[in-house]
Design a protein around this ligand. Structure first.
Ligand SMILES: NC(=O)c1ccc[n+]([C@@H]2O[C@H](COP(=O)([O-])OP(=O)(O)OC[C@H]3O[C@@H](n4cnc5c(N)ncnc54)[C@H](OP(=O)(O)O)[C@@H]3O)[C@@H](O)[C@H]2O)c1
Length: 348
């Protein structure tokens, strides 16, 4: 058994609420001792930390769809890890697990809050990308909220990111024309060449509107919005009658110091008899197995690809979060933690 007295746990603790884009000094790095788990609990060595846009809203004071992180608490984060010690019969040393571990090297968890994953054929990283929350968000957002139909033209923003890349790939499987909106020529080429999108629009170019008209000559049936702001207005100007707008997120607004304003182009909803509906993926939790089953099958068949953008070491956390907000990531933004002495190197 690992001698826990030989290990310490590095954690990122919230020091202050950020103004605008979070900076390194918004957290404090602390080292704590690691205790053996009590009955019903499991000690996990974290191997990957998931870096998500939602982290920004969790850092704010006040009500959101989740409680704010308290000052002095470990920064909230989902992750993957390996069981180091277990006081619950359902888990044994070396099991690969997912959970809300936080930005830290070790986490003591209630066994009920862990999900076991099989990483014998699929890497753990995919369970945080196409086979995890981003994949589930794409699946339910597109099929349930977007009410996707064969032959639809689907437009998705944040298209080269974790959620957006899966949205486009599912829409292709379902027989749709797919157009992605992303920042920069390289990401646009990735959408078409690697992910099979029909066309891509670079929203950072001054002719983005003309690019969009060319890519969607008949208009848009489903717009899956990950970014909000000006890109949402651009998309609203291209929808067709009966369009469905899926409000998944508004990453362009999360670091605004002033409260964001709504879409300017909203009368397009009236003219086009369109609907705009938001959703929170946690409401679909009971149906995750259905999404996992479908996504796993598509991944195994090579019909979808899971891309991840991985930085190494817990110290990269502030950089990774900034990188994602500045569009430096292609695919799911993750942090890999190095193996620690005494921790099982691989799952059982
Ligand atoms: N509703 C839910 O339950 C739910 C669940 C999970 C995620 N989400 C939301 O889904 C969205 C995507 O999340 P993700 O994890 O997949 O992140 P992601 O797309 O992998 O990363 C964020 C991307 O946003 C783009 N971006 C940043 N600033 C932008 C701006 N000002 N204008 C346009 N694009 C900008 C960047 O790509 P470019 O290089 O293309 O700019 C960046 O790569 C987020 O809004 C998130 O909050 C919602």
């Amino acid at each position: 058994m690992t001698d826990l007295s030989q290990l310490s746990n590095k954690q990122f603790v919230l020091r202050q609420r950020p103004s605008g884009l979070p900076k390194e000094s918004d957290w404090q790095q602390v080292k704590t001792a690691i205790k053996a788990p009590e009955k019903g609990k499991v000690l996990v060595a974290v191997t990957f930390i998931s870096v998500d846009p939602a982290m920004r809203s969790w850092m704010n004071e006040g009500k959101s769809y989740m409680e704010a992180i308290a000052i002095g608490d470990v920064m909230r984060a989902a992750g993957a890890g390996l069981v180091l010690q277990s006081e619950d019969a359902r888990f044994s040393v070396g099991d690969a697990v997912l959970g809300a571990f936080g930005v830290q090297e070790f986490a003591t968890m209630n066994a009920d809050d862990l999900t076991k994953i099989d990483i014998s054929n699929v890497p753990a990283t995919a369970y945080m990308g196409a086979l995890g929350t981003p994949g589930f968000t794409a699946y339910f957002g597109l099929l349930e909220i977007g009410k996707l139909k064969f032959g639809d033209t689907v437009l998705v923003s944040g298209a080269a990111g974790a959620v957006g890349s899966v949205v486009g790939q599912i829409a292709k499987i379902k027989g749709c024309r797919v157009v992605g909106i992303a920042g920069g020529a390289e990401k646009c080429a990735h959408l078409v060449n690697n992910l099979g999108f029909d066309a891509a629009v670079d929203y950072k170019q001054s002719d983005a509107r003309a690019q969009l008209s060319k890519a969607c000559p008949e208009g848009v049936d489903v717009y899956f919005d990950n970014v909000g702001g000006e890109v949402l207005d651009l998309a609203l100007g291209r929808i067709r009658r009966g369009a469905r707008i899926v409000v998944c997120g508004a990453v362009s607004q999360y670091n605004n110091v002033a409260r964001g304003s709504g879409p300017k182009n909203y009368m397009s909803l009236l003219m086009n008899r369109a609907t705009m509906e938001g959703f929170v993926i946690f409401d679909y939790e009971k149906r995750y197995p259905e999404a996992l089953h479908a996504l796993r099958g598509w991944l195994a068949a090579g019909w979808i690809k899971s891309y991840e953008d991985v930085l190494e070491g817990i110290d990269t956390f502030p950089t990774a979060l900034q990188r994602m907000f500045e569009g430096g990531n292609t695919g799911k933004m993750l942090i890999k933690l190095p193996a620690t002495a005494g921790v099982p190197a691989t799952a059982k």
